[in-house]
Design a protein around this ligand. Structure first.
Ligand SMILES: [Fe+2]
Length: 589
């Protein structure tokens, strides 16, 4: 049975193909369209999924959409009515948008794929999120917690998943509690993302990075915005917000009175005379305020998540927890949940945000509607497009690009690690692209983690990103414990998707991947899930005694991660990358 899951029209459109319950292809549309967080109908991602599995749309048993558009539209209309006339402009903008395309998604899918409408299904957004985590996890039973900006109505959902790997008809996702719009932890975090001068649904990571530089001195003020109960239930005080009636602004003057002037986009906030990453005491009061506000919203978010998760444990008595929704990409909070709740095991799949809802929608149909037994655990994220040697060679020859090749992989890895040791920066494009927002060694930029200046070099030559954002490492699974304090958590959760920040043990040896607060967002590399990448890091280890590399995504600022050799080559040409590896082909500057 072939089931196609789709997500689109909000942000991060995607398509996922499930064949007899196994994920065979998955990709965000942005990787093909080259538009960051592309929300349009995922034509290219669908085409990739069908071509990859050699099927046509006629072979699809179901196509399932990640949310229920009519319920979502009802929420929008009701919210508009409650806040009218302030919402008049919002109403006119939204109605155009919704009446033009969003409401008619069934027709759009039916026409695009040329399939009858009775094969098109809709799954509730938070059930899609829950299914994406639970049915990819190794657990027969688990509590689930899905937290995002908003789905149809729900912004937070607590429930229990039950299933069986041996029998059919045992699969079930039961929702126990929900918290509904406009009360939303995800939207609260996004409001601060906007206040701190970043793009919503894009800059939340930057708030997280910034938070390490501040002290959570603004918590009291944030608790004027959110009424958080002991059991984690919460209500926002809407007099500070405008996202429920405005398309342009998410906070209002009451909010500004409380927190001061918002940060301008690109306003510097932490640099001192020497461009060092310390909060300057030379007239950068705003910088300190912004860092403290970032630290405060991060802390309040963590406290809320811990309270909700503890309550979920109390009402379900489950040992296992599955997290999903955009808020589950907050890797600082994820570590706190691991450390401060009684759950013995936690699972998060790599595309925990809205693109992952397409995966969950498909899994929901396979397991809960079709009642098929579990037969799949998602253990790696390599589900996207791969290019063959022939395709790469053709591209290089057609464009008159000079290259060299190595007969043996070991020789190639020797060459790459020697270059990294010489402080060169390597674009590394091999195998299938990753599912989810993180590059995990197949569409990566690799560099030496021992050099304290490497962060600055990467920023100046390639990434052009804010100096306060940390770089992350890929580390050999067996050696990770020597460099990172993961003893108490490595048995509890898979660490291969870069979803947790953990304390660094040997900071002085790997300064380029140690954030100012001594933490690092690690990716554990297992020999089984990515043998080739594992061997490369092993080679670096044999020469340096350091079992890790800096791994940052192969993209330029504001662009999606490279998907094709053409994308990778364009990054190579435009940036200060010294070397580009395309499968076994090597390009040098
Ligand atoms: Fe969502």
């Amino acid at each position: 049975m072939n089931i196609l899951g789709l997500s689109c029209y909000y942000h991060d459109s995607s398509a996922v193909l499930l064949k007899d319950g196994k994920i065979v292809a998955a990709s965000d549309e942005e990787r093909f369209s080259r538009i960051k967080h592309d929300s349009s109908f995922p034509e290219n991602a669908i085409e990739f999924c069908l071509n990859y599995t050699n099927i046509t749309s006629k072979d699809l048993d179901y196509v399932v959409f990640h949310e229920k558009p009519f319920i979502k539209f009802e929420r929008i209309i009701k919210s508009v009515l409650v806040t009218y006339p302030k919402s008049a402009k919002l109403f006119s903008d939204l109605s155009k948008n919704w009446l033009k395309e969003k409401l008619w998604i069934k027709l759009k899918i039916s026409e695009f794929l040329n399939i009858p409408e009775d094969r098109i299904l809709f799954s509730k957004h938070h059930l899609s999120h829950a299914a994406s985590s639970f049915f990819c996890s190794p657990f027969k039973e688990a509590a689930f917690l899905t937290i995002d900006g908003v789905g149809e109505w729900a912004t937070t959902t607590l429930g229990v998943g039950k299933s069986n790997f041996e029998e059919d008809n045992k699969n079930n996702l039961t929702i126990l509690k929900t918290i509904d719009f406009p009360h939303s932890i995800g939207l609260l975090y996004s409001v601060f993302t906007a206040f701190l001068g970043f793009k919503v649904n894009n800059g939340e990571y930057k708030v997280m990075g910034m938070s390490a530089y501040g002290k959570p001195n603004y918590q009291d003020k944030i608790y004027k915005l959110i009424d958080l109960n002991k059991d984690g239930s919460f209500k926002l005080n809407m007099k500070y917000f405008s996202y429920h009636y405005s398309t342009k602004y998410s906070f209002n003057n009451n909010f500004i009175k409380l927190f001061g002037k918002p940060r301008e986009k690109d306003q510097k906030f932490i640099l001192n005379k020497n461009n060092e990453e310390t909060i300057s005491d030379i007239g950068m009061e705003d910088g300190k305020r912004f860092a403290d506000i970032a630290a405060s919203i991060q802390r309040v978010t963590e406290d809320a998540l811990i309270k909700i998760a503890n309550h979920l444990h109390a009402i379900t008595n489950q040992d296992n927890l599955c997290l999903a929704g955009g808020v589950s990409l907050n890797c600082v909070a994820n570590y706190k949940i691991l450390k401060n709740t009684p759950f013995k095991n936690i699972y998060i799949q790599p595309a925990a945000g809205d693109s992952g809802a397409a995966l969950g929608a498909a899994l929901y149909v396979w397991h809960c509607l079709e009642k098929n037994r579990r037969r799949y655990i998602l253990t790696d994220a390599y589900l996207g497009k791969k290019y063959t040697a022939e395709e790469i060679e053709k591209f290089l020859k057609e464009n008159n690009i000079n290259y060299k090749t190595y007969e043996k992989e070991a020789e190639l890895f020797n060459y790459i690690t020697d270059a990294i040791i010489e402080q060169k920066i390597v674009g590394y494009f091999r195998g299938k692209s990753e599912w989810g927002p993180r590059a995990l060694g197949n569409r990566s930029i690799l560099a030496d983690p021992r050099n304290i200046k490497m962060k600055q070099v990467l920023n100046e030559k390639i990434k052009f990103r804010e100096s306060f954002r940390p770089f992350a490492p890929s580390v050999l699974a067996e050696k990770a414990d020597d460099f990172f304090d993961i003893k108490s958590i490595s048995e509890k959760t898979p660490l291969q998707f870069m979803l947790y920040t953990v304390p660094v043990k040997k900071k002085e040896l790997i300064p380029a991947v140690t954030h100012i607060n001594g933490m690092s967002r690690i990716q554990i590399v297992n020999k089984n899930s990515n043998p080739s990448y594992y061997s490369l890091i092993e080679n670096f280890y044999s020469k340096t005694s350091i079992p890790l590399l800096i791994n940052t995504s192969l993209n330029l600022k504001g662009e999606p991660i490279a998907n094709s050799p053409k994308d990778a080559y364009s990054i190579f040409k435009k940036s200060g990358l010294d070397i580009l590896v395309l499968e076994d082909y090597v390009l040098e500057k």
